[in-house]
Design a protein around this ligand. Sequence first.
Ligand SMILES: [Zn+2]
Length: 228
Amino acid sequence: MRVSFTNGTAAQQDRVLVAARAWSKYANIHFEKVSDGPSEIRIIFDHKKNSSVIGTDADLPTFFGVASMHYRGFRPGPDVIAHEFGHALGLHHEHQHPGLTIDWNREVVYAFAEAEFGMSRFDVERNIFDRHGWSGKSVGRFDRDSIMIYEIPADWTNDGFSIGNTPVLSWRDRSDIGDFYPYQGAVQATYWNDGRYTLLSRGLHQKMLSKTWDGNAWNVADDFDTAL
Ligand SMILES: [Zn+2]
């Protein structure tokens, strides 16, 4: 995916790409900085809030020539960058999971979000309170460790529900992104003289797996990692 910037120094831009690679380590995604021509991810620094449009929405006519990802200041944290790139890869907020019922202390959240992030009540409803619909296979079980969840202090809820800081991709984040952007499948097949058949394949996280057909059943060998 091509990434372009409208401002910031080369060093500020490059550290965004480094943090974004938290995702490309686990999936068939590559981010490349471009200085002209079209780009899927268009970043502007020093904006009033951190945000990104979701996935291919960046290609909608309303977004032509307009930034698709915004950061407050010029040095967002790696966790913020990973979160916004998660949106750019098509991921929604985990705290808006359709299976989750949070008893929000709404006035506290409105006040905090406006003071801290300049968010309107509409922004708060759309980004925090509203729950997404079930959309089949793309919705798994709720993952409270996801990088796509907001930190929720206990005083934001009426029943003490809270979520701590989630600074890195969770196990589920890594697994899911590998499913959504998979590597190629089988990379090598070998027939042996004794009639066995071995298939070497590349699975999630670029992990190499091998299994052998012995004429009756597949025997899964000890899998091994490529140097990553
Ligand atoms: Zn977000």
